[in-house]
Design a protein around this ligand. Structure first.
Ligand code: GSH
Length: 113
């Protein structure tokens, strides 16, 4: 499995209106700045409703806040400044700034200031 980024689909529905997720948009913004990231990271958009499958199934309902980056088999053991959590045997990064740091560190692109 490759690193897989799950984000909220822009225009998702909640409380009777449409929204976008400012956290998801930061990560999508980085992928737009550095398109080479898309060569090694799969991106999956999900709706707002819960449980958010397949994230809830893979790492649990307590970890389905988005964005979340599920790490692939080739992911490093540790990345400075990044908390890599584990649930059901899957490793993941859930804080937005740490997802940005992880992507920068593992792809040789500039890190977030
Ligand atoms: N993990 C993010 C926050 C992500 C976040 O709050 N996402 C919202 C959507 S914009 C969400 O999924 N809310 C539902 C939930 O957290 O269960 C961070 O870096 O602080």
């Amino acid at each position: 499995m490759r690193d897989t980024l799950y984000v909220l689909r822009p225009g998702f529905e909640d409380q009777g209106q449409s929204w976008f997720c400012p956290y998801s948009s930061q990560v999508i913004g980085m992928l737009t700045y550095y398109p080479q990231l898309r060569e090694t990271v799969d991106v999956v958009e999900l709706g707002f409703e819960k449980p958010r499958q397949p994230v809830a199934e893979l790492i649990g309902e307590s970890n389905q806040s988005l964005p979340v980056l599920l790490l692939g088999d080739a992911a490093p053991e540790a990345v400075p400044g990044v908390n890599i959590a584990t649930a059901s045997g899957r490793r993941f990064v859930s804080k937005t700034i740490e997802i940005l740091r992880y992507l920068a560190a593992t792809h040789g692109v500039p890190p977030p200031h």
